[in-house]
Write a protein that binds this ligand. Sequence first.
Ligand code: UD1
Ligand code: CA
Length: 467
Amino acid sequence: MVAKNRSILILAAGKGTRMKSSLPKPLHAVCGYPILAHILKTAQALNPAAVGIVIGHGAQQVKDTVLANLAAWGITVPVEFFVQTELTGSGSAVKAALPFLQKQEDVMILNGDTPLLQADTLQAMQSVFNESHAGALVLAVKVPNPDGYGRIVRDSQNNFEAIVEDTDADAATKKICEINSGMYVFNSKALCEALAQLKPQGSKHEFYLTDTLGFIKQAGLPAVVFTSEDYEQALGVNSRAQLAQAAQIMRTRINQYHMDNGVTLINPQDTYIDAGVQIGPDTLIASGCYLLGNTQIGSNCTLESSVYIVDSIIHDDVTLKQGTYIEKSEVAETCQLGPYAHLRPQSILKKGAKVGNFSEIKKAVIGEGSKVNHLSYIGDTQMGAGVNVGAGTITCNYDGKNKYQTIIEDHVFVGSNVNFVAPVTVHEYAKIGAGSTITKEVASQGLAIARSRQVVLEKKGVKKEHD
Ligand code: UD1
Ligand code: CA
């Protein structure tokens, strides 16, 4: 654990040019959470006194998003923001947070683009720093392809010599596969002194945070390299390709976690589960499913292929047939949906309800055991228990200006191809004849037929061909 007086600083001010995006890089999502949210969660796991975030590019948007979502991300540690006005490198970013550094003896600094980072690695890093009484410690990893990263150059005794940025490296240095992960622990005083000595480097004239380690070493304090085995944790997201790569690695971790907890994934490579999703044991998930946001799935459910669920609660023993799409809704035990059913926001299915082929439900309650099996639209509706809705039934809930409610009480039987022109109420045990357009209240146990009587006109005046 990081001692209570230590704090963690996250650098998230950079332009993220290589993302080619109008969205600031820290807000790009990996498995349902922004990159920055992942780092904040990991940082918080170390129990720091505070977390500082250096913002710059898209500062207001980053700050507003973080503040609006702290609770949703489960962040309770105090968060402070520091604005870097000139985006001239990671060294300048840290300078923007000098008051934060000066409050404490040591500081952990993390790049704001490494979503795969895990708390046990940071803890190990902190322990090595404490034991070695170093002025600076950098977390290094050995990668198969070091392109784009700063290389760790070691001296003849194999100790830290320098970090050389990819753009400034000669051919021999470029061959080094041990790279700077962008995670550090510094003695604050030594860091502040080193920051004062930084000079612009490279073609972009940036102030590199990485140069401070050399200055700290020159000042006589050890600069230590801590090399971690797990290089995936250090993956920095600089481009869309790296964003996809980070998401894939995180997805593999998430899927492994659910399989370890008793969930069957038919094809984990093609199953997309966000970081915040919960799933009960003995649930089976077929290929191509997306479970997103704050979704919860009960145990013993079956999700056939290509089921898409956002921010919804699915209770135990539910079957979701192929292509079912559920947004911000709740589905009780033993319900069956699909194939190709659509629950739009605020739909509630009570126990054992069925919503079948090509039916759409919106802001409606479908009561216990009720069935909407074929080609229907049920919106703004309160439906009781044991209702049977025939194929092609439509609630006409909108008059072009306002939305109105349809109330269908328990055990109503609705024939096929019925329109309910809302607001309208059908009382319990009523029956509605097929093809009816219902505009008026239907009494309990009543039979409503509202369609024109069939007329068969004889084919008068038409002569037969052979006449
Ligand atoms: C940086 C390191 C490199 C390391 C790599 C690991 C430097 C000089 N280089 O390179 O050695 O291997 O990370 O992923 O640090 N930032 C600011 N303000 C700025 C510039 C950057 O806050 O003016 C922040 C960014 O938002 C980002 C971090 O600093 O979170 C690193 O910046 P980035 O441009 O991604 O540096 P890299 O080229 O990846
Ligand atoms: Ca980076």
